[in-house]
Design a protein around this ligand. Structure first.
Ligand SMILES: [Zn+2]
Ligand SMILES: [Zn+2]
Length: 435
């Protein structure tokens, strides 16, 4: 009886797994992506050589809008400052959102590639080089490739595509800007949402997971207040330097002694500013840091602990209460288990089980979570960008490391990286559309 039940359940699972995309549709996607690659290569290298920073993506948005109009999408520009929304309605069926980011980073590219960026922009009041060192140019090329593949295959599916190009992901502001500008009110609200991120994996591979895949991020901004005085007479002052020093050390016990050791959580103090010279006790010291976590419970525990240790450090010195600000920088992306399972089957089938694997969550944060938290079942996944041999070498003890995202040497291999991105995203989207 038990065995019969298990067999029945197993056959049900197999039935739903085999109800995935029919093989000819998969071949169709691959053929089309291969055929359109010269176009993607040109667009990619142009975007790579001309990056723009957060909320300045005017040229980039114009370029994407133009290409999407040629593909038959109805395009609205300036949604959330520089964002664009491209809609393609194709009969009754699910609405699927596909997101790319558009912004580069204010840093100098050092890859030496023939299409390397020499672009500059004003960032925080100072001129800086600009580079696509997070791979958002790969995402844009993959996004265009997916849009073209699905528009060419229009006869094979039913539903609505909502392709969004989001500004300012790097400063975790663009998703909010688009939502505040009516993204889910002025345009069809999606039944599913997808986004991908390039990652230093081997090209041709995809990585994913269900549950949290990026971290909650909260910023720490504390001002410890003392009473300034002469360095030779500490008894006539309250020293905020020793208070800050004690805080920086003691706050780590919140992580090591209070948090469940099985759960992810990080507190990093990245900046301390106070004082001018050695013989003056300053009036105050500023401390800045970041708190990362996956679960809401750990997040609450760390926020509470940081605040408590800051207050206690000041109280121990008889100092006034510090000014503690803990600023929310975004929630973790939590992938839909059902959507990931459905997509995993099609990825494994298309790329082979060895090239489509579950991977741990990243400790970085991403504002794609804001779309997910509007109640949209979503999947955020990763695609590889490096020669598999280089990745294997980097994994070898003492091997040559490969450049991670945000490195001035981050250099995706264009063709296989973009093809995999376009193919994977087309498969994922087509898999949930009506047919
Ligand atoms: Zn980034
Ligand atoms: Zn990024």
């Amino acid at each position: 009886m038990k065995n019969t039940l298990i067999a029945a359940v197993l056959s049900l699972c197999t039935a739903s797994a085999s109800a995935q995309l029919p093989a000819p549709l998969k071949t169709d996607i691959t053929t089309r992506v291969n055929a359109m690659y010269p176009w993607l290569d040109t667009v990619y290298k142009d975007l790579h050589a001309n990056p723009e920073i957060a909320f300045q993506e005017v040229r980039t948005a114009g370029k994407l809008a133009g290409e999407m109009r040629k593909l038959g999408f109805e395009v609205t520009e300036k949604v959330g400052k520089t964002g664009i929304v491209a809609v393609l309605k194709n009969g009754a069926g699910p609405t699927v959102l596909v997101r790319t980011e558009m912004d580069g980073l204010p840093m100098e590219e050092k890859t030496g590639l023939p299409y390397a960026s020499r672009a500059k922009a004003v960032s925080n009041g100072a001129e800086s080089f600009v580079t696509h060192s997070c791979g958002h140019d790969v995402h844009m090329a993959g996004w265009l490739g997916t849009a073209r593949t699905l528009s060419e295959m229009k006869a094979k599916w039913k539903g609505t595509l909502v392709f969004i190009a989001q500004p300012a992901e790097e400063i975790v502001s663009g998703a909010k800007a688009m939502l505040d500008d009516g993204l889910f009110k002025r345009f069809p609200k999606p039944d599913y949402a997808f986004a991908l991120h390039s990652w230093p994996l081997a090209h041709g591979t995809v990585g994913f997971n269900s549950g949290p895949v990026s971290s909650n991020s909260d910023a720490i901004e504390i001002v410890f207040k003392g009473r300034g005085g002469h360095g030779s007479a500490p008894d006539k002052s309250v020293d905020p330097i020793t208070i800050a020093a004690r805080f920086v050390v003691d706050v780590q016990t919140v992580v090591s002694r209070e948090k469940d050791p099985k759960e992810f959580g990080v507190v990093t103090i990245g900046a301390i500013q106070g004082g001018t010279v050695g013989n003056i006790i300053p009036d105050n010291v500023q401390v800045r840091g970041t708190i990362r976590s996956y679960s809401p419970a750990v997040r609450a525990k760390l926020l509470d602990g940081v605040r408590r240790v800051a207050n206690a450090s000041a109280a121990m010195a008889g100092a006034p209460a510090p000014d503690v600000q803990l600023i929310s920088g975004g929630a973790a992306i939590v992938n839909s288990e059902a959507l990931v399972a459905k997509t995993e089957a099609v990825f494994k089938d298309a790329f082979g089980a060895a090239n489509a694997q579950r991977m741990p969550a990243m400790t970085a944060s991403e504002d794609f979570s804001l779309f997910v938290n509007e109640g949209v079942p979503s999947m955020f996944f990763f695609t590889g960008v490096y020669d598999p041999k280089a990745v294997a070498e980097a994994e070898r003890e003492g091997g040559k490391p490969i450049a991670f995202n945000h490195s001035p040497f981050y250099a995706p291999v264009p063709e296989p990286s973009i093809k995999t991105a376009a193919q994977a995203m087309s498969l994922a989207v087509l898999n949930v559309l009506g047919r």
